[in-house]
Design a binder for this molecule. Structure first.
Ligand SMILES: C/C(=C\C(=O)O)CCOP(=O)(O)O
Ligand SMILES: [Mn+2]
Length: 421
């Protein structure tokens, strides 16, 4: 499915908000996107089109995968990155080619008052080096007419490829993909084995993914806009301030620079922007880790479901539902969850009768099934998330796991009372 087909599907199903009056890319469009909290298509940002909140809810994701909302994780954990990828010679993306690059002509938005500049937030950075490829989303700050600062987080594959190229003093060829089939964009946020993002997307879509070759050799899927260029081996600039998933300003760091050498786009392209700290951002960051946690917990007990909760920025807090088999299972589940998602900070393990999408229910489990000295695990000095404002400067933090499951030997005293029909 193309990006445009997906937008048409949102339109015909009545889920798309359309803004036809002119809006500014500086604060105004992001503010409207935050307010609407629904897929929103801007028809006139300095004469350009842009969509935000494209995959801004679990309902949207479930619809895209063709499963119910509580079946997303099982669906994602069943998929193997072995779909078909086809190389083709042409693409509608080549309708317009611009060699005189001026990023200010695109509707790249400035979102929050202290932001370091306009940011590309939904750009899938595809890179290739030494026979390896990678596709992942990185935030990209505009630092010049044809330059972007890229937050390449260790140990993500883009970071590794740039490091390898830089060790040989070579540029890393990249292509930034904006507005591909949303399944491909989602797949690029997953933690699949190196170089397998497009195979994973094809398996998820149930149809081959077509790729075409850019002038710099990088192979990319059809999209609305492609920015071609390279990451310089040595150049670094201040990246930030930028508001990340926590809704607070992330640190300013020295990050690598991408020079854009060419822009390709469809006629009348539709730019995709992800609202920082908005639901789409949170889901793109968190949902790919849920199947990882699910599979890791499945190794130690019977796992039923996993959610990275919105209140925990879909990244720092997890609730894991298990069918407890033996006493102590929940403690193993806690350790498995932390191992699977190293940025996770707090995790609660609950039984099958707790609705993990309902925080009242989760709190009920904590209130009635936890004795803190026995059921709370505190683990100091563990690698945490660089996005946690409470993390230590060396990247470590203290983690907490809560076993909110029933004591098996006293199961009946925890039963929730039912009223007869
Ligand atoms: C920008 C981040 C991740 C990414 O690019 O995938 C968030 C920081 O990652 P941590 O590993 O939680 O520090
Ligand atoms: Mn990768």
């Amino acid at each position: 499915m193309s990006f445009r087909d997906f937008i048409d599907h949102l339109r015909t199903s009545g889920r798309l908000v359309e803004v036809t009056e002119p809006v500014s890319k500086v604060f105004e469009a992001p503010r409207l996107a935050k307010k609407s909290n629904a897929p929103i298509l801007f028809h006139d940002i300095d004469g350009q089109k842009a969509i935000m909140n494209l995959l801004g809810s679990r309902d949207e994701l479930a619809d895209m995968f063709g499963v119910p909302k509580d079946g997303i994780i099982q669906r994602l954990s069943d998929i193997r990155p072995d779909g078909e990828v086809k190389i083709v010679n042409t693409s509608p993306t080549m309708e317009v080619i611009e060699n005189d690059v001026d990023l200010s002509k695109l509707p790249l938005m400035t979102h929050f008052e202290k932001d370091g500049g306009p940011y590309i937030t939904a750009g899938v950075v595809v890179s290739e080096y030494g026979g390896m490829m990678n596709a992942s989303i990185h935030r990209l700050m505009v630092v010049g007419k044809n330059k972007l600062a890229a937050r390449l987080v260790p140990p993500r594959h883009s970071f590794v490829l740039h490091k390898k190229a830089a060790e040989n003093n070579e540029p890393l060829p990249v292509a930034i993909v904006l507005g591909a089939d949303p399944v491909i964009t989602f797949a690029s946020t997953t933690r699949v084995p190196a170089g397998k993002e497009f195979e994973y997307a094809a398996a998820l879509r149930g149809a081959p993914v077509e790729l075409f070759e850019c002038e710099n050799g990088v192979k990319v899927p059809h999209a609305e806009i492609i920015l071609e260029g390279y990451v310089d081996p040595t150049e670094r600039v201040d990246e930030g301030p930028f508001v990340d998933i926590t809704g607070t300003y992330d640190l300013v760091r020295k990050e690598p620079v991408i020079t854009i050498t060419k822009i390709m786009h469809r006629k009348d392209p539709i730019y995709h922007g992800i609202l920082p700290a908005g639901a789409e951002h949170l889901l793109m960051m968190g949902v790919p880790y849920e199947p990882k946690i699910y599979n890791a917990v499945a190794e130690v007990t019977t796992v039923k479901n996993v959610v990275l909760t919105e209140g925990g920025c879909c990244y720092l807090h997890a609730v894991v539902q298990i069918e407890k088999q033996t006493e102590g299972d929940a403690k193993n589940a806690i350790m498995a969850a932390f191992a699977a998602h190293t940025s996770l900070k707090h995790v609660v393990i609950v039984d099958e009768d707790i609705d993990i999408f309902n925080m009242m229910d989760v709190e009920f489990a904590i209130a009635t099934r936890v004795k803190a000295d026995l059921d709370v695990m505190i683990i100091p000095n563990v690698r945490g998330s660089s996005l946690d404002p409470r993390g230590s400067p060396d990247g470590t933090t203290t983690k907490m796991g809560i076993d909110a499951t029933k004591v098996l030997a006293e199961k009946e005293i925890f039963e929730r009372a039912k009223m007869p029909e």
